[in-house]
Design a protein around this ligand. Structure first.
Ligand code: SF4
Length: 321
């Protein structure tokens, strides 16, 4: 099975206030227990507070996104200041520095006019806010790192979204490990083979489309192949894995053992997968059983599949029914 990279290699950018830094406009923080607890054992956080780093004080008057014609500006309405240009210039420089850190993901503070990823309130000059904006720093971040797994802290409280984010972080890491070294077509073909079950659990059609891309590989310039594969792969993993898709993958894996199991073991395996599909058991249960058969009976088809170990098991991400 593929080993997980060491802890210090997984760097995640994060809005500083989520780590408990007192950088918010009111002098407070928004420490998130999930992030500072379980996730911090496996991820190294790189805190960034755009508002403080751009030079704003703590505390400070709250700022907001305001629509002015076709433009959305970052404004301090109390003092009549417009921070849009300074924030844009600072974001560009800061993101260039972040590029050197080889981040594997980013966690943003929701609703913030600087950090919010989506649905940030945009105010008209006189009217109420409409949740249609993206924080100014977040917008630049998403533009510069289009494949990077990015999530807001609120959404990470949903077990399915949390698992999806962490899975993408580790997948992005594997993708970067492949493409940051000198790679040959054979390396990409092996990578694709090892990711097949994981892709099937997220977006089954992607296995075929990525396979077709590999079929054209010899005709494509290397940079185009890398960029198209990376884009399609990360996009496929953004689709949530469901009980239905996971069950198909589990039954697919079970087929590799069926002729070598006795009737009792076979029945137990089928019942365990079915109970998972009906929401009676968490995914970790059939996975543990299948891993046991892989260990004791072996299967060259399943050996090395990323699906077996997509993230550290200590995070218990597959333990919810
Ligand atoms: Fe700073 Fe972003 Fe937190 Fe606001 S949301 S305090 S800008 S880190």
């Amino acid at each position: 099975m593929s080993p997980q990279p060491a802890r210090e290699e997984i760097r995640i950018g994060i809005s500083s206030c989520l780590l408990g830094h007192k950088v918010r406009y009111d002098g407070g923080h928004k420490k998130d227990p999930l992030i500072t607890g379980a996730l911090s054992s496996f991820l190294t956080f790189v805190p960034v507070c755009p508002e403080v780093e751009v030079g704003m004080s703590v505390p400070r008057p709250p700022i907001r996104l305001v629509r002015r014609g076709a433009e959305i500006r970052l404004v301090d309405p109390k003092r009549g200041l417009d921070h849009s240009e300074s924030m844009r210039r600072w974001s560009e420089v800061r993101i260039r520095d972040l590029e050197k850190l080889d981040l594997s993901g980013y966690i943003l503070k929701k609703d913030s006019p600087s950090c919010g990823m989506e649905g940030v309130k945009v105010y008209s000059e006189n009217g109420a806010g409409i949740r249609e904006g993206v924080g100014l720093f977040a917008r630049e971040l998403l533009r510069r790192f289009p494949l990077l797994p990015v999530e807001e802290e609120g959404r990470l409280n949903d077990p399915a979204l949390r698992e999806n984010f962490v899975e993408r972080v580790f997948a992005y890491r594997r993708l970067r490990a492949l493409f940051s070294a000198r790679w040959a077509l054979g390396d990409l073909v092996r990578f694709h083979a090892a990711e097949k079950l994981l892709l099937l659990a997220h977006e089954p059609r992607s296995v075929r489309s990525l396979g077709r891309l590999l079929g054209l590989a010899k005709k494509l310039p290397r940079w185009e192949l890398e960029s198209s594969y990376g884009e399609m792969y990360m996009k496929a993993l953004r689709v949530l894995a469901t009980k239905g898709k996971n069950s198909k993958v589990l039954f697919h894996m079970a087929r590799y053992f069926k002729d070598r199991l006795g009737p009792v073991e076979k029945k137990e395996l089928v019942q365990t997968i079915s109970a998972y599909r009906r929401g009676l058991l968490p995914l970790v249960v059939p996975m543990t059983l299948l891993r046991h058969y892989l260990r004791t009976l072996g299967s060259p088809h399943l050996e090395g599949q990323a699906y077996l170990d997509p993230h550290p098991k200590e995070l218990l991400l597959r333990n919810h029914a």
